[in-house]
Design a protein around this ligand. Structure first.
Ligand code: HGY
Ligand code: MN
Ligand code: MN
Length: 414
């Protein structure tokens, strides 16, 4: 069934202009962006988005979590809202497509709805979610909207409480405002997100669009292996309580464990901090940032247990103490069948090939998955690179993705 709007397409030049402007905030010399949550560059990008929204004549909305959005209201009062969007914050020294593209594409879709005076049966909101990347908390803005954010998540966030307080202060936010951003499920009609794949499957298979079936669960811990500082020259190897041995042995064994027994999971030690941290001192303490991800709840739970037991075993082996700090968890989430079907139908209408993919990356969609029908589409990442200034996607693929988003919104909102 082709809708009366099936010939509508986004304005590629206008979206490219918008994307180029957005990518200028925190632009790095290697072609990426450095826009961690509430950094100066991120605050500038947020300010730019608000100005774009207001100058385009949309209603500007923000909430206690600092989410920023443009809204087109349906003529039917009390309608629920279909949210489309992504995030303007980036990882440190990341790529310009991760999140940024999804925000400008969502905004472009709203402009098409506006200039064609489309009658909407639901409100449509183009959103920039706060701190998706977890520089501070992770999926912060979407978790706040979903009501999944609690004071304990703000008390001990993976980016550190001090950094969170500083960031909230810069953005005029607080614990109380964060926890006030919850929306009632009945006010939400759904959530759609366009995102780069951040992997190689679409590029290798030469398929235009990935329709996401499920998003992995993500858990974060800080593990602290504690030994004893001592002289690196005069202390015999046998006498050392060397914290680096527990941390390094854990890291290697965690990789072996996942590769041998948890095929649908990944594990990452993204940071190790040695203290006191000098050439000639046996390390007294190593703080290790652990993150792991699994596609299914069952494997997620089992891996959680296995990694914590492994950490304890490795600490014991080297006579070290171990402290374990839980820093947050987002469950694996299946995407809505209804939304996946709507995406597939839009791809077919546009003559774009598509395939079903799971997402190894976390996304705001997983925060909202138990509140309303959610779905995501991916477009190819060149060499699968992401979270790097080398992240790149052909503009034609960006336009394809934005047109699928537009046509899917038209199917679900009219
Ligand atoms: O880390 C992730 O999976 C996502 O890019 N925030
Ligand atoms: Mn992202
Ligand atoms: Mn990311």
């Amino acid at each position: 069934m082709t809708s009366t709007f099936s010939s509508l397409r986004i304005n590629s030049d206008r979206m490219l202009d918008s994307f180029t402007q957005a990518s200028s905030f925190g632009a790095t010399s290697e072609g990426g962006v450095n826009r961690p949550s509430f950094s100066e560059a991120h605050l500038q990008a947020r300010k730019w988005f608000r100005e774009q929204i207001e100058s385009a004549g949309f209603e500007f909305r923000t909430d206690g979590a600092g989410n920023h959005s443009a809204v087109i209201a349906s003529e039917t009062k009390q309608s629920p809202t279909l949210i489309i969007g992504s995030h303007l914050d980036s990882v440190p020294n990341g790529g310009k497509y991760d999140g940024g593209l999804g925000v400008v594409a969502a905004f472009e879709v709203l402009k098409i709805l506006q200039e064609n005076r489309i009658k909407l049966k639901v409100n449509v909101e183009a959103m920039d979610f706060t701190d998706e990347e977890g520089t501070l908390v992770g999926l912060l803005g979407s978790a706040a909207i979903a009501g999944h954010l609690h004071q304990k998540d703000l008390d001990n966030p993976r980016g550190g409480r001090e950094n969170l307080l500083e960031g909230m202060k810069c953005a005029g936010l607080s614990d109380e405002s964060m926890l006030s951003a919850k929306r009632k499920p009945e006010t939400l009609a759904g959530y759609l997100e366009l995102h780069i794949e951040q992997g190689k499957r679409l590029e290798k298979s030469k398929i235009n669009i990935g329709i996401v079936s499920a998003i992995v669960g993500i858990a974060s811990y800080r593990l602290t292996f504690i030994g004893k500082a001592n002289h690196a020259g005069t202390t015999t190897m046998e006498d050392r309580l060397d914290a680096s041995l527990g941390a390094s042995s854990f890291t290697l064994k965690a990789r072996e464990l996942v590769m041998s027994e948890y095929k649908n999971s990944v594990v990452n030690v993204g940071k190790m901090e040695f203290s006191p941290g000098a050439f000639n001192i046996v390390p007294a303490q190593v703080d290790l940032s652990l993150e792991f991800r699994s596609a299914t709840q069952d494997e997620f739970d089992k891996l959680d247990e296995a990694l914590i037991s492994l950490a304890k075993a490795e600490a014991q082996k080297f006579d070290l103490e171990l402290t374990i700090e839980f820093l947050g968890k987002h469950s694996p989430s299946p995407m809505s069948d209804k939304v996946q079907t709507a995406f597939a139908s839009a791809c077919d209408d546009l003559g774009l090939t598509h395939t079903s993919l799971t997402s190894g990356a976390g996304h705001d969609a997983q925060s909202l998955a138990d509140l309303c029908p959610v779905g995501m589409i991916f477009i190819p990442s060149i060499n699968g690179i992401s979270h790097s200034p080398k992240e790149f996607t052909e503009w034609e693929d960006c336009v394809n993705g934005a047109n699928v988003l537009l046509q899917t919104v038209l199917k679900l909102a009219t």
